[in-house]
Design a protein around this ligand. Structure first.
Ligand code: 3H9
Length: 654
């Protein structure tokens, strides 16, 4: 018999156990209707003598994706999620969570309120609330440490890290992994526990806390959290779970949750969350099927190419890495192996995973060996003649339907495409270095790119675990266009009176991991110098042009690798260099600029303003589809602090 508890919650009785299914697409979020339905289901079981226990599961591939983020900021209907979780935990009849897929945030909190947890092998569990600028608000900070211990729980809550079923079992967050039929196993578990006092997580005693381990973990987490409030609050709440009752802990947790939920950081991070989902929706691609890609060819196995190769191997593809000579290909192979080894050393990859990846890799010094590739990505020297010749040679090698991707940063991919016989198969795939780590890929929709080629590039980037953002063609695409505007304004600030260390300090206090001048030094100054020299002949003489960077390069100050740039690096440590200060002062004098003191607030406002103005230009020119795409590019490729939402959000453009 089928029972209906609400629009999103139904039940059926199997073997005397009420199996409750949450069906609230797309992610079974804990909406008001879902909470009411689940509450009613528990009441129904309590009142029905023929029911021995309850199983809670989710329809489809997800258990519960968390609280409904769209309800944040609106008045909440009862039962609130913490009330619901307490109600489940208080049930006199055993309640078993059959975790069929992702149990995240409020979803895991519901599972923690159950008396027994069984997960399917593919399930993912976690409390990712800090990624939304909040802490869990339905007991997660109090119940997770009662199962996993304070240190493990605090690390999970403060970083938002998800764990798979294996790890969840190891740290006692779940009781078992289902072999085959999850629901049958959960029903059997409920029957077995019928009539016994339920094991309530909230009544478990917390094991004593290893203070040293906690401190070490907390320092690491806080160093990465720079300026964000939620991770610190998460650490505090989990730690104090060991020192007070769950009721007291939950009052504090709830108050903290509400305070953070209404904070600017949380608003910014919610914007980022929805921006990521919006970026996947690209005009003109509805119903367009990507081409099937199994084998990815990569030409040029330098730093960028080998990073892309590792990303492609991680994504499950067969990879053919090619370079101009057998020797260069061998060097590339060694680079790829070294990157995999590094992942093994850091625990991100196991030995088996390394072997499986290497079995899918071939390297060659002959382009002809790319014949089987479904997609070839070139990552050779950023020179139009070199890339054009390469694409023309590839045309004689790969199948007619193979896709050609270019990783150029500054060249015009339309010119490159026009030099080929089938420009419709050319697309830009602009990775960021190190390509196996950085999440952003600018997918460049060239003038002639076919819709299914664009869809293919997006699908591949997604499978590599990347965040693809579509850009139109303009010099530097979205990211480097904005970054150029940022650089230009930073140099104006120098002339006007600020020093590199003051500008960097202001931006670092704002939330950037590194200020602009530290970044220039890290990236090296010579490429931008070469570009400025190329542009010199066509530059408008009335345009404001700051020569200080040219003076630095002329003095051989090419950045951190050279040991000197905007800063000096004695023993590798970034240090203010009076020689640079003198160069800046000389440049001001030459232009008769009287330096004035510029406060951090003005520095931040001017740099953000310059970025947003360039963003406006990109939107008007339809280079970017939407303001939030620009925010994602800056956050994921250029270190813009996510908790400020990106330059367009910060400037009120969203
Ligand atoms: C929380 O739980 C607080 C509690 O502690 C306290 C409460 C008191 N709500 O990602 P996808 C939408 S905070 C509303 O492409 P996937 C999403 O916008 C929450 N909507 O799917 C998209 O909509 P559209 C903690 C949500 O299969 C659609 O679902 N939980 C929510 O690749 C598909 O999303 C999290 O932070 C939501 N919670 O991945 C988990 N989640 O189609 C956040 C998704 O209109 N969610 N949507 O663009 C995720 O990580 C992924 O969505 C998930 C599925 C892994 C679940």
């Amino acid at each position: 018999m089928s029972l209906t508890f609400s629009e999103t919650v139904t039940g059926s009785v199997t073997d005397g156990v009420l199996v409750v299914t949450i069906d609230n697409p797309p992610v079974n979020a804990a909406s008001a209707d879902m909470r009411q339905g689940l509450h009613a289901a528990i009441d129904h079981a309590a009142a029905a003598p023929e029911i021995a226990g309850v199983v809670i599961t989710g329809a489809g591939k997800i258990f519960v994706g968390g609280a409904d983020i769209r309800e944040f900021g609106k008045p909440m209907a009862e039962p609130l999620l913490p009330q619901l979780v307490n109600h489940i935990e208080a049930s006199g009849k055993p309640v078993v969570a059959a975790i069929n897929g992702a149990a995240l945030g409020g979803g895991l909190e519901i599972a923690l309120g159950c008396h027994h947890r069984i997960a399917s092998p593919a399930a993912k569990l976690g409390l990712p609330e800090v990624k939304l600028g909040i802490v869990p608000g339905a007991g997660g900070t109090q119940r997770l440490p009662r199962l996993a211990g304070v240190v493990t729980a605090a690390e999970m809550v403060a970083t938002g890290r998800m764990v798979g079923a294996e790890e969840a079992r190891r740290i006692d967050v779940i009781d078992a992994i289902a072999d085959s039929d999850l629901i049958a196993q959960a029903v059997a578990a409920a029957r077995e526990r019928a009539g016994q006092p339920p094991r309530r997580t909230g009544e478990c005693v917390i094991a004593s806390v290893d203070q040293e381990a906690f401190k070490k973990m907390a320092n690491k987490v806080l160093a990465r959290a720079r300026g964000q409030d939620a991770p610190e609050e998460a650490l505090r709440l989990v730690r104090s779970a060991a020192e007070r009752s769950i009721a007291e802990g939950m009052v504090d947790e709830r108050a903290t949750f509400i305070r953070l939920r209404d904070s600017d950081q949380a608003k910014a991070l919610r914007h980022v969350f929805f921006a990521e989902r919006a970026a996947a929706k690209v005009d003109g691609l509805d119903g367009v099927e990507p081409r099937p890609i199994r084998t990815i060819g990569i030409v040029g196995l330098g730093l960028m190419g080998s990073g892309i190769a590792v990303a492609a191997l991680d994504g499950g593809y067969a990879v053919i890495g090619a370079d101009m000579t057998a020797e260069a290909a061998q060097k590339g192979r060694e680079r790829i192996v070294a990157l995999l080894d590094r992942n093994v050393a850091s625990g991100r990859l196991d030995a088996d995973g390394r072997e499986k990846r290497l079995a899918r890799l071939t390297t060659s010094g002959r382009l002809e060996d790319l014949a089987d590739a479904d997609l070839v990505i070139e990552a050779v020297f950023d020179d139009l003649a070199v890339k054009t010749e390469l694409f023309q040679r590839l045309e004689g090698i790969v199948r007619a339907d193979a896709v050609l991707g270019t990783n150029t940063s500054y060249l015009d991919p339309d010119v490159l495409a026009a030099a080929t016989k089938r420009p419709e198969r050319v697309v830009g795939l602009h990775f960021f270095s190190p390509a196996n780590i950085m999440r952003l890929v600018e997918v460049v929709n060239c003038a002639k790119t076919a819709p299914d080629v664009l869809a293919t590039a997006l699908a591949v980037a997604k499978k590599l675990g990347k965040l693809p953002v579509v850009s139109g063609v303009t010099e530097g695409f979205i990211g480097n266009s904005i970054f150029s505007a940022y650089r230009r304004e930073a140099e104006f600030l120098l002339e006007d009176g600020a020093l590199p260390e003051e500008i960097d300090a202001a931006m670092e206090a704002y939330g950037f991991a590194m200020g602009p001048f530290a970044v220039f030094d890290l990236a090296g100054l010579e490429i931008a110098w070469a570009r400025r020299k190329r542009q010199a002949a066509t530059r408008d003489p009335d345009e404001r042009y700051v020569e200080i960077a040219d003076r630095l390069c002329e003095a051989g100050r090419f950045g951190q690798k050279a040991g000197r740039g905007w800063y000096a690096y004695p023993d590798g440590k970034r240090t203010v260099d009076p020689e640079v200060t003198a160069l800046i002062e000389a440049a001001r004098t030459k232009k008769s600029i009287v330096a004035r003191r510029i406060e951090a607030e003005e520095i931040v406002a001017r740099l953000l303003g310059a970025m947003a103005a360039e963003g406006d230009r990109l939107l008007a020119a339809k280079i970017a589809q939407r303001a939030s795409d620009i925010d994602l590019v800056l956050i994921n490729g250029y270190g813009f602090p996510a908790h400020k939402g990106g330059p367009m959000f910060a400037a009120g453009r969203v």
